[in-house]
Write a protein that binds this ligand. Structure first.
Ligand code: NDP
Length: 328
């Protein structure tokens, strides 16, 4: 029987899960849940109901795994523990500093109700975390590096939009090529924040706004921009829509380690992602982990889990025999 998936929240990730489930031979989409009026939300698939979250309790025996697609800032800290009481759940919680606290909340809810709550699935946290952990296990004497981009940072774009006189804005985080090369050389450089990434901003001004003041406010904004070399371009709304509407992202995770009696040998592990669509890639990861959740649940596992707790074979629809023959 195929795994019945529910989607909680229909934004970029909700839509991405819908697309990824269509590609999964062993899954079917049971329903999409939203806090909005269901008739105001149109989904891609025919004959799948859109249901208000007020009626979610009617679905506990019709869904094997609920993929929670709310935002990390305020939705997921509430939604994931709440729905772990009713379903096996997966989320993409990406506020790194608050993962221990989120884990504890979801663990308590999932253990009490006898479910699995898989948190912080995606690419960072997610695939990048896995690569950091594998690399640290293999090269205990070494140094980690993570670079993001080139890609849009939602948080930095929002911060610019809050400046007086700004109508709209997009901010790209860009890794510095010479820093990537220094890491690849095995020299284990010490890199400052400024040496690792630059920030490029495309800003649409309100009529009559003072461009010089806006640029100064952006470049001097503490935490967000003051520690980086930042470039600001002022463009029209049409240009922003035409050239900066995409959701591309990506990044690099490295471990540079040494082995040998005198640490004479260097090893570099590099994992990189170049994503045309951040949400569609993230949801492809979420769906693979939803498959693992169903298998782990059927085996009797309960409580909160992260990507670090999942055996790789559980992510694939193929059998162990097929994987050993073709992918090992
Ligand atoms: P969105 O803002 O698109 O969606 C979040 C929620 O907002 C939805 O679940 C939906 O809930 C509501 N919503 C969406 N569209 C509308 C609308 N038009 N009007 C009103 N409400 C709407 O966020 P994303 O899907 O892009 O991202 C979700 C989270 O995923 C991010 O906060 C980020 O932290 C995380 N993420 C994690 C990654 C990782 O690598 N771990 C990578 C990428 C993202 P409802 O239907 O109930 O209204």
């Amino acid at each position: 029987m195929s795994t019945r998936i529910g989607i909680m929240g229909y934004g970029n990730l909700g839509r991405g899960v819908e697309i990824a489930v269509k590609e999964a031979p062993d899954m079917e989409l049971a329903a999409v849940f939203t806090r909005r009026a269901p008739e105001s939300v149109s989904i891609l698939t025919e004959n799948v109901p859109v249901v208000n979250t007020a009626d979610v309790k009617d679905w506990t025996d019709k869904i094997d795994v609920m993929i929670i697609c709310g935002g990390s800032a305020t939705d997921l800290p509430k939604q994931t523990p709440e729905y772990a009481k009713l379903f096996n759940v997966v989320d993409s919680f990406d506020t790194h500093a608050r993962i221990p606290e989120h884990f504890a909340n979801v663990d308590a809810a999932a253990k009490e109700s006898g479910h699995i709550g898989m948190i912080s699935v995606g690419w960072d946290p997610g695939m990048f975390s896995l690569n950091r952990v594998y690399a640290n296990a293999i090269l205990p004497d070494g140094k980690d590096y993570t670079f993001w981009g080139k890609g849009v940072s939602q948080g930095h774009s929002d911060a610019i939009r809050r400046i007086e006189g700004v109508r709209n804005a997009k901010q790209y985080t860009i890794p510095v090529e010479s820093a990537l090369e220094a890491v690849r050389s095995g020299s284990q450089p010490e890199l400052t924040t400024r040496q690792k990434h630059t920030r490029e901003c495309f800003v649409v001004l309100e009529e009559g706004a003072d461009a010089a003041r806006v640029e100064k406010e952006i470049k001097e904004m503490p935490n967000y921009f003051s520690d980086y070399d930042t470039t600001v371009h002022f463009i029209s709304e049409e240009e922003l829509e035409k050239n900066h509407a995409g959701m591309a992202h990506g990044g690099f995770v490295f471990r540079s380690g040494k082995t040998g009696v005198n640490k004479e040998n260097s090893h570099i592990i590099e994992y990189s992602l170049k994503l045309d669509s951040n949400p569609e890639f993230t949801t492809s990861v979420l769906v693979a982990y939803a498959r693992a959740v169903k298998r782990m649940y059927d085996e009797g596992q309960r409580g909160c889990k992260t990507v670090l707790d999942v055996a790789p074979a559980y992510l694939c629809s193929q059998s162990g025999e097929e994987l050993r023959a073709h992918l090992l």
